[in-house]
Write a protein that binds this ligand. Structure first.
Ligand code: SF4
Length: 351
């Protein structure tokens, strides 16, 4: 075992690029320094903030919560609320909910657990079943990502947050970068910045303090601080997610050619300012139904809710009436009318 470059202790981590070795203490210091530097570099937080930390109870988000809670001791005007979205995935989410609750209660951190059942009307397991029954073409992860963002926004508004911090690390960012290149979604690429400020009302600033941090390091930080149990729990829907194939491919490439993930991140940092002004901003509307910032007149969460029969008949009638005099809206609804799911009013619930 290598020795730490900064003391006599055994190393727990060797940075594959700098080749510097770190013992537990020096790794934790290095990691926290790096996150603080990222936050300063991109001007993420000001003196007075109510930070909603979007957490899954997994290693990355608990690490982020831990660092922000530590930093809040030196920033007394910060308020922190951890928000965990319980999608309702049987046998999976219960375990990470326990991690968050244990962490937050031991340290007196405010937390909210917001479920899909409460905010959307069904658990993800039920949504997947219903989508299948209706012949809708979406994968579980599509519903999951869209509804999770929707729920986080709703809770952030409710608690009066000024900023939403997410634990997306460098690996997540470069995976998303590649996925968006593959689908020719340059508006999404342009949104992959460490800080996002919206152009429409109701947009809560979003920050990614782990933007420059590799996943290996945030996972190690969680383990060295005993923030999560060193166990491997995987979502049962992971097999449907293209991200995991890309993740595997990138990890294999990184093992062979250390530094390729950093290379991709640098490429993203070069391309995003060029894209600014070339592609339309992603959040340029307020959804006509829920009012949340959206890239379309009706946000994807509300469109999914309509298709799944989770929006009240009154709201659907309102939007269909509006579509009569609005061609762009009518064509959007038409596009989402898979298997007649929008026009079938008889299946819609009364408010
Ligand atoms: Fe959600 Fe898909 Fe992740 Fe499971 S794998 S938690 S369904 S995004």
């Amino acid at each position: 075992m290598a020795k730490c470059n900064f003391c006599e202790k055994s190393a727990v981590y060797v940075n594959p690029i700098s080749r510097l070795a770190y013992c537990r203490k020096h790794f934790i210091e290095y990691f926290e320094r790096r996150v603080r530097r990222t936050m300063r570099k991109y001007n993420m937080l000001s003196e007075n903030e109510h930070i909603v930390v979007a957490t899954s109870g997994g290693k990355d988000s608990i690490s982020l919560l831990h660092i922000l809670v530590k930093l809040s001791r030196k920033n007394p005007k910060w308020r922190i609320t951890a928000v965990l979205v319980d999608e309702g995935i049987k046998g999976y989410r219960e375990r990470t909910v326990e991690n968050l609750v244990n962490y937050a209660e031991a340290r007196g951190v405010s937390y909210v657990i917001a479920s899909f059942r409460e905010y959307i009307g069904m658990t993800l397991d039920e949504i997947v079943e219903e989508g299948h029954r209706k012949g809708l073409p979406y994968m579980p992860c599509s519903y999951c990502g869209v509804f999770r963002r929707y729920v986080i926004n709703q809770v952030a508004h409710k608690v009066g947050a000024t900023v939403i911090a997410t634990a997306h690390n460098m690996d997540d960012i470069v995976q998303t970068y590649l996925m968006n290149i593959f689908s020719n979604s340059w508006d999404r690429v342009s949104a992959l910045t460490p800080v996002r400020n919206g152009e429409v009302s109701g947009f809560i600033k979003r920050i990614k303090p782990f933007y420059e941090v590799p996943e290996k390091e945030s996972a190690l930080y969680a383990i060295l601080n005993n923030l999560v149990k060193p166990e491997f729990i995987q979502c049962p829907y992971v097999k449907y997610n293209v991200r995991f194939t890309i993740r595997k491919m990138l990890n294999e490439l990184e093992d062979k050619y250390p530094g390729i993930k950093y290379g991709l991140l640098r490429s993203l940092q070069v391309i995003t300012p060029i894209l600014k002004g070339q592609v339309e901003s992603r959040d340029r509307y307020n959804c006509l139904i829920c009012g949340e910032p959206s890239s379309q007149r009706v946000c994807k969460a509300c469109l999914y809710k309509i298709q799944l029969g989770l929006l009240s008949a009154e709201k659907v009638k309102f939007i269909l009436n509006k579509a009569r005099s609005d061609k762009a809206l009518a064509s959007l609804l038409k596009h989402y009318n898979n298997s007649g799911s929008i026009s079938n009013l008889s299946e819609l619930r009364e408010e």
